[in-house]
Design a protein around this ligand. Sequence first.
Ligand SMILES: Nc1ncnc2c1ncn2[C@@H]1O[C@H](COP(=O)(O)OP(=O)(O)OP(=O)(O)O)[C@@H](O)[C@H]1O
Length: 254
Amino acid sequence: MSKVISVTDVVTRFGENLVHDHVSLSVGEGEIYGLLGGSGSGKSTLLREMIMLQRPESGHLEVLGYELDRLSRDQAAWLRRQWGVLFQAGALYSSLTVAENIGITLKEYTRLPPSIIDEIVHLKIAMVGLPDHAARLYPAQLSGGMVKRASLARALAMDPRLLFLDEPTSGLDPIGAEAFDKLILELREMLKLTVVMVTHDLDSIWTTVDRLAVLGEKRVIAEGTLQQVMQQSHPVIRQFFYGERGRLRSHHGK
Ligand SMILES: Nc1ncnc2c1ncn2[C@@H]1O[C@H](COP(=O)(O)OP(=O)(O)OP(=O)(O)O)[C@@H](O)[C@H]1O
């Protein structure tokens, strides 16, 4: 499997706070890759580094064959259009309708006529399982699950090859979270996406993730398939998957 993201020896520091101390991992094409770890272990920061919102102090990140610290402006602009991002809070513009939120990047980055943009917007709305009338609603008129789906539709507006998700199921009830996981799996199949997902939702990990890295103690404690990672005896991993009582913390099998 070819690599689409390589993180090599990344060191990240905020003032005195050393967050990553030589973190390395790689994401293969077409994978749903989970970034796991306790609160403050640097998952979101690593995701932000992958999408060029932040730079590490040292080390290398390579995405789709490009080293992120050696890009021309044109290459950086091209690369930014190869991914869609779903941030934790959804981050839709509250003064725009769902359709306007989804169409905004198409308006900005393409010269497509409004009628075609409108068609694409409605296609994306259908793709994420929202009813067509949701196009006319404002974010405040949506349920939590609908906000996630509308944000996902916006992330998919430019037909990205990569999708970055930061805690996609947080704030959803178990049924909503399960439906969202199913949607991610369907979209990966349909659109041949590679997905990087920050999560600590165990059910989500069981059902969606192909490979994962567990961050802890400022580094990658384990990387591999769920089976490979669960075989590790590191206390952080035992605690994460087996909890205080040493019993497996999820009922779902993959
Ligand atoms: N912009 C910033 N300035 C200063 N410190 C930061 C900044 N961003 C993150 N940090 C710190 O870096 C550490 C890692 O934060 P990060 O949000 O990446 O962790 P996380 O694993 O995603 O945590 P959570 O699961 O709680 O979201 C934390 O100690 C945080 O306070």
